[in-house]
Design a protein around this ligand. Structure first.
Ligand SMILES: [Zn+2]
Length: 151
């Protein structure tokens, strides 16, 4: 998942709300039936090392967008496509992730794809990002390469 580029950032509007509060005991934003601290949070803070599969990396990156954890997003971005910073859109709120399909991306692979739908509300309008993301390994750990938008 990358930042969305299709809509211009509004130049006026309410002040940016603070990042949504995600605590260790919160339900994990990625949608698995687990608390954030036992799910994506353990990858964000490094206590569980790197995500072992492309799908878990995808989930943890989605949760990092929700928690606005820029450091984690940049660390898990392939060097060749990594931006210098992550542009969190203050008028966009992620509301749910659904994994549709995965290919490869396990402990036995060097590459993988994850197809997902990420739902959001942007300026009060619900929307969905349908994307097939590509992942590879960098220094042994899964990293996000890029994504293809699907209709
Ligand atoms: Zn999670």
């Amino acid at each position: 998942m990358s930042r969305r580029k299709t809509r211009p950032r509004p130049t006026t509007g309410p002040a940016a709300p603070s990042a949504p509060a995600v605590t260790a005991a919160s339900p994990c934003p990625c949608g698995r039936d687990a608390a954030y601290g036992a799910c994506c949070g353990r990858f964000h803070d490094g206590t569980a090392g790197a995500a072992p599969t492309a799908e878990l990396l995808m989930r943890s990156r989605y949760s990092a967008f929700v928690a606005r954890d820029e450091g984690y997003l940049l660390r898990t971005w392939a060097p060749e496509t990594r931006p210098t910073e992550v542009d969190f859109d203050p008028s966009l709120r992620w509301t749910g992730l659904e994994i549709r399909e995965t290919t490869d991306g396990t402990a036995f692979h060097q590459r993988g794809t994850v197809t997902f739908v990420a739902r959001y509300v942007h300026d009060g309008e619900p929307g969905a990002l349908h994307e097939r993301s590509r992942f590879t390994r960098h220094d042994g750990a899964w990293v996000y390469v890029d994504g293809e938008f699907l209709a």
